[in-house]
Design a protein around this ligand. Structure first.
Ligand SMILES: Cc1cc2nc3c(=O)[nH]c(=O)nc-3n(C[C@H](O)[C@H](O)[C@H](O)COP(=O)(O)OP(=O)(O)OC[C@H]3O[C@@H](n4cnc5c(N)ncnc54)[C@H](O)[C@@H]3O)c2cc1C
Length: 481
């Protein structure tokens, strides 16, 4: 096929790139390309946008970068305000396109949106892969069911790894928009300030060029020690690519191939394998949500239904504000708000603390994380929270309860992470930084810490809170088994 098909390429915020972008590559190969981004009020109405300030900042930077990259190739991104369900069918008809091309979404509401738009379109609506390495729904057990345990899922993936393929190159050039295509209501990409959001200089930078640079930095440095470095909260031992994978400023396939072809992988496959495994957790989370859209509302393990979570507003506020008195939990809470990011281990500790020690419904924490995380992703976040609460797919068992003090001492041994995010403890010696309540009076004085004044006393006693959770969980789960 060449030169005859007119495609509307609809970018929707999860594929904001020109490299390895299947809809764009397909459209460019076959003929005329009309790139569109719709500013749907569902996300972009200021009262909604300002509830997701961090994601919005990354998103706007990434759309701007996409606009520039498309312009550089010779085309133009048309940014159109309105409801997608109205705009896309209207534009497709007005421009007499032959088809609409987009990347497939995993989440239930995205799938429902696409079903409605597909039904309203006068032309085919083709949804192509790219969000995951393999299309969700591909891997099945011998009985034809979805996997509910990670290790067999990863083994099944290994048997299909050859299907991942190589990333598609960006088109070398694109034709200008066809001369009969006009769009009088196209607008410029909104600025943050237009949406009532203040710029946060601490956030990871959006856009394809910044994403590629982050990947290069990771391949040159942390990848070779990832196996150990990934758990350390005090060092930059991970890729920091989560927002790129969420918004598609890089394709997961490009990352997968880059890691496999890296010099670190040539020297020693250990760390690269561990990293690939994390990409497979992402794959597993997406595959799981694809098959179980209800998980955004319900626990994976039915026995956890109607679990007697506590309604304690003071405990909740302390967790949100980072004033629980457990330094590692508080550092995680404050990193979330400060940087729109939380280290993976800190996410696990903080989430487990909310669900187990405080016994507050993990769904509140899940929603709070979605509000602030730049990488806030429905599938990964849901799996992370259900895992931490003990009710998820291949989750941490309910009776394994992180001790936040020991976790802090093990994975932030000098307290560097805590000192950065809980500055009122910055002068505490390493020995006590994760357990300030045990520090002798003179140590506290020397560090300028007054427990209960400059930094809170522990809100709950870990051992008592642990016992409370186990008692309640055993009673609840026992009743259901
Ligand atoms: C409670 C909780 C909530 C989470 N919420 C999110 C979320 O909203 N969005 C999100 O992308 N990740 C989430 N994660 C997973 C993980 O914490 C982040 O992906 C990771 O910290 C991002 O940092 P990184 O890019 O440096 O990761 P790296 O360690 O460099 O990993 C590379 C990539 O692999 C994927 N990945 C790594 N770990 C996981 C995992 N456990 N589950 C699924 N994918 C993974 C991510 O895409 C990540 O960017 C959550 C984990 C927990 C425990």
């Amino acid at each position: 096929m060449s030169g005859s098909i007119r495609s509307l390429v609809w970018f929707r915020g999860k594929e904001l790139r020109v490299s390895d972008q299947a809809p764009l590559a397909t459209a460019a190969r076959d003929g005329e390309v009309i790139p569109v981004f719709v500013l749907d009020p569902y996300f972009f109405a200021p009262e909604r946008a300002c509830r997701l300030p961090n994601r919005m900042q990354f998103l706007l930077e990434s759309i701007t970068s996409l606009e520039q990259n498309l312009a550089h190739l010779g085309s133009r991104l048309l940014v159109v305000p309105g409801k997608s369900v109205d705009v896309i069918p209207r534009l497709a008809a007005a421009w007499r396109v032959d088809r609409v091309l987009s990347q497939r979404w995993t989440e239930p509401f995205g799938r429902e949106r696409d079903r409605r738009i597909g039904a309203a379109l006068p032309v085919p609506f083709e949804l192509l892969g790219g969000e995951t390495l393999l299309p969700p729904g591909t891997l099945r057990t011998g009985a034809g069911a979805p996997y509910s345990v990670f290790t067999p899922f990863a083994r099944a993936f290994a048997r299909h790894a050859g299907d991942v393929g190589a990333p598609l190159a960006a088109p070398r050039a694109l034709a200008p928009l066809p001369s009969d295509v006009s769009c009088p209501n196209a607008v410029t990409v909104p600025r943050l300030v237009d949406l009532g959001i203040r710029q946060n200089a601490e956030l990871v930078k959006g856009g394809e060029a910044a994403a590629k640079e982050r990947l290069r930095t990771f391949l040159r440095g942390p990848l070779s020690t990832y196996k150990i470095g990934r758990d350390r909260m005090d060092t930059a031992g991970t890729s920091r690519l989560s927002a790129d994978l969420k918004f598609g400023t890089l394709s997961v396939r490009a990352v997968w191939n880059a890691v496999r072809g890296s010099s670190a992988a040539e020297r020693d496959t250990n760390s690269p394998r561990v990293f690939e495994n994390q990409l497979l957790w992402r794959e597993f989370a997406h595959a799981t949500l694809w098959d179980r859209p209800d998980l955004l509302e319900t626990p994976f393990r039915p026995a956890f239904k109607n679990f007697p979570w506590r309604d304690d507003e003071d405990d909740w506020r302390a967790w949100v504000e980072g004033t629980t008195g457990y330094p590692i939990v508080d550092a995680a809470a404050r990193q979330l708000v400060g940087e729109g990011f939380v280290h993976n281990r800190a996410r696990m500790i903080a989430a487990s603390f909310l669900a187990k020690q405080l016994m507050i419904d993990f769904r509140r924490g899940e929603a709070h994380y979605l509000e602030y995380l730049v990488d806030g992703d429905w599938a990964n976040n849901n799996m992370g929270w259900q895992w931490s609460a003990g009710c998820g797919c291949d989750a941490q068992p309910y009776f394994r309860i992180f001790n936040p003090t020991l976790q802090g001492e093990r994975f932030d041994p000098d307290g560097t992470y805590v000192r950065r995010w809980v500055p009122e403890l910055a002068q505490m010696p390493a020995k006590y930084i994760h357990r300030p309540w045990e520090a002798p009076r003179q140590v506290l004085d020397a560090a300028g810490v007054v427990l209960g004044k400059t930094y809170p006393k522990p809100r709950v006693d870990h051992a008592e809170a642990r016992d409370r959770f186990l008692r309640v969980a055993e009673e609840h789960l026992g009743r259901r088994s």
